[in-house]
Design a protein around this ligand. Sequence first.
Ligand code: OGA
Ligand code: ZN
Ligand code: ZN
Length: 549
Amino acid sequence: MPDLPISAPPATDPAALVAGLPPMWLRDNCPCASCRDPRSGQKFFQITDLPDDLAIGTVTARRVHGADAVEVTWSPDGHRSVYAVEWLTTRDPAQGDHRSEAGKQLWEAADLGPLPEADWSAYLSEDGERARVLEAVQRLGFALLRSVPTEEDQVLAVARSFGFVRETNYGELFDVRVEPAPDNLAFSSLAITPHTDNPYRDPVPTIQLLHCLQNAAEGGDSGLVDGFHAAALLREEDPEAFAVLTRTPVPFGYRDARAELTAHRPLIDLDPMDRIREVRFNNRSMGTLRLPAHELEAFYAAYRTFAALLLRPELLLTFRLEPGDCLIFDNTRLLHARTAFEQTGARHLQGAYADLDGLASTLAVLRRTTVLDELAELFHGPGSADYLGEAVTQAEHMLQAGALAEAAGAPAHLVAAALLHDVGHFGGPVSGDELMAGTDNRHSHTGADLLARWFGPEVTEPVRLHVAAKRYLCAVEPGYRARLSEASEYTLHVQGGPMNEQDAAAFAALPGAADAVAVRRWDDEAKEADAATPDFEHFRPLLASLLRR
Ligand code: OGA
Ligand code: ZN
Ligand code: ZN
């Protein structure tokens, strides 16, 4: 191993880190064992237990488990809280929950390539497959499982594979086939136009499943419409109609001999940030609105506009469910439909409901392992390639960088940044080979963008800046450039050469400059042939602790 670089993480002024943070917020988040149960993380105290005149007393820098931390002594009660710097500097740019339109991919039929689908047995046996399917339900609103055994009740097994069955008055599951005297038009052979299910229920079942057991009828094809996309179009084309539909409660109802269900909800529901969060639409079960005439006028105009928009042919994705197919979809977002059918052959689906929160939980737990599997895959696959004229492979180079950071006592986020700094050489549109042939592949940006799917800026930004840091060090540190490897010296030109004075000053002023320089130094050192380095698995727990929630 080469000598360890002497690049301690940046000294941070502890007082500056907490200045401006509301004391109530900071204290409410005290992680100590008398404030929270260390096992569950749940709080022991009530917000009203905190003193009215709570104020920060003293602030001191600390090191806890090799990471920078800040200790706050509170006035007037003398309580002490220790916060990791990592935690204090985390900022969440208003992500919100997984339900609203934010972060989803809204679509019309032509936007979708091959349908998001998976084979049932692969889905059951491979975490990555399962995560991919559930992620599609979250992002696109649906996924299709193939080759689910065509046996009764299998739809319940599908629901239980990611969540909990939501039982209703129809039972744990319902049979969709022609009945002699149907209580619901779904149980006839009539066409059903795009709709969401059970709008008369509050809360509405947020996931629906339809498992096809038989589909030998002529007709009976399926359709899906992205209700969020339609609502977003309405907002764009007719903002007044959109507003009316978000604020008019609409009565929906269902009754039969044993049930009488009603719910009053708007057709388009927004979250507290005014983002589209739920769409309800069902012509069969919409009841009578009782409103002043001018409000009825406005509602009906808006309702008709939205209904016409939902029927635009380009919005409708059509396909045919074959025996063994099980469609899983977000019933608060997608509208589903079927064409009429002739009873020339039997058609039998089984349906069930479940909920999005259970799916999100299953996906989050799966991601803890699958994300790291994906990264491990990069190290074992593309990472085993030669590293641009150096004596080590790409993977060895990054593992060495991570090990050097760790040996230097760097905080977890910098160990991760060092370990992952070159992932952009793998997946990007321009390869490392092209970099060596004179095209800047901007791998630091590609890498940071890739990592941003899983890690916060404390990991991604040093990665993004590690090329800039080289150009910076060449400008400001005598002797630095002469120590660069031959390949690094070559790529320096492709990447823009040493910074000029002005760019160097701007770089030094960036909040992440010190972290990026630290990563750069480990990067430069990590080119030792035959150095003994830990493998990727060694870093798994550290990476797991940094995954964003
Ligand atoms: C339903 C429904 C669709 C179909 O049962 O809710 O819309 O394909 N069925 O029969
Ligand atoms: Zn339906
Ligand atoms: Zn590197």
